[in-house]
Design a protein around this ligand. Structure first.
Ligand SMILES: [Zn+2]
Length: 314
């Protein structure tokens, strides 16, 4: 039976899913890696993949497609750009995998784009022709699917929704070096920053926070009626709805999916977000649905597998 592998590359380990060609997740494993820049490290990966297959009664020959998602830009030709947060030699790893899995088509996919494709294959967006996934975590990532196809762009910047400029008056710099990006207000880091600012403005003592991205505590404070938490989530919804309205005049998707870690708190801000989008969008887009994503942290693993499979069939 033909198999498809999805490899989610993280900083210290990789997570691998073995799928049927129909998209059923049949087995998952985690392989500790560290830097993936030497032949020895590539061998750890390929041996781990072989072990996963063997444990589940499959062989390397049965694998017809392997997707790898990376936290960085990948252009339309599948070339990986600069990776800021992981040590990976993409060409080296690709060559090593190709040697072990001769029948497989290999594809690198940006992680947010992969998450969008995962939702298209087996998640909330199944059957949708056009949608935009907005993944809210430490930063804000995005994946744009139009006419059933992922738009990653000529230079790999397609879908970098976190860097839509939403406030030209901002004086603090974003991680990208520019000022007033969506990510500065709608990411976990941004929500925490807004919360602290609101506490100061309202003269409220902030709740105890476990680090600069602890939105869980802010969502709890929100549910307990904390005014600063309410204001921070309103700020987030307002900027996010504003950015989505700008995206809609270019892509006009059927659906926006909100995913990533902060996506889990969707219920707390769903109504504010929908109201903000309706306030800013051009009239024809007002019916666009805004929904939570459904595959959680597995979305990118599903999506890179799917992309590798699609490219093989193309
Ligand atoms: Zn930025």
């Amino acid at each position: 039976m033909s198999k498809v592998l999805g490899i989610d590359i993280g900083g210290t380990s990789i997570k691998v899913g073995m799928f049927s060609t129909e998209g059923t997740l049949e087995a998952v494993t985690k392989i500790p890696t560290g830097e993936i820049t030497s032949e020895a490290a590539f061998a750890v990966v390929t041996e781990g993949l072989k072990a996963l297959l063997a444990e589940n009664g499959a062989t390397p020959e049965e694998v017809i497609a392997i997707g790898l998602d990376v936290p960085g830009p990948v252009d339309d030709d599948g070339k990986v750009g600069m990776l800021a947060n992981i040590e990976l030699d993409p060409e080296g790893l690709q060559a090593a995998i190709k040697r072990t899995f001769a029948n497989a088509n290999l594809a690198f996919v940006n992680d947010a784009n992969a998450a969008a494709l995962g939702e298209l294959w087996q998640g909330t967006a199944k059957g949708a022709n056009s949608f935009v996934l907005i993944a809210i975590g430490t930063g804000v990532g995005g994946g744009v699917v139009a006419n059933g196809k992922l738009i990653s762009g000529a230079f790999g910047a397609g879908g970098e929704i976190g860097h839509v400029t939403v406030n030209r008056d901002e004086t603090d710099a974003c991680g990208c070096g520019r000022k007033g990006c969506l990510e500065q207000y709608a990411s976990a880091t941004g929500i925490v920053r807004s919360y602290k600012r609101e506490c100061k403005r309202l003269g409220i003592e902030p709740v105890a926070l476990d680090g600069p991205t602890d939105t869980l505590s802010i969502f709890n404070a929100y549910r307990a009626g904390d005014e600063a938490a309410k204001a921070a989530l309103l700020t987030m919804s307002d900027y996010l709805g504003y950015a989505m309205a700008q995206i809609s005049v270019v892509v006009d998707p059927q659906i926006y999916l909100i995913g990533g870690g902060v996506g889990g708190g969707f219920k707390a801000y769903a109504e504010d977000l929908r109201a903000a989008f309706r306030k800013y969008c051009l009239a024809p887009s007002v019916a666009t649905r805004i929904l939570p994503a459904s595959l959680g942290n597995d979305a990118a693993m599903y999506g890179c597998a799917y992309e590798a499979l699609l490219e093989r069939e193309a």
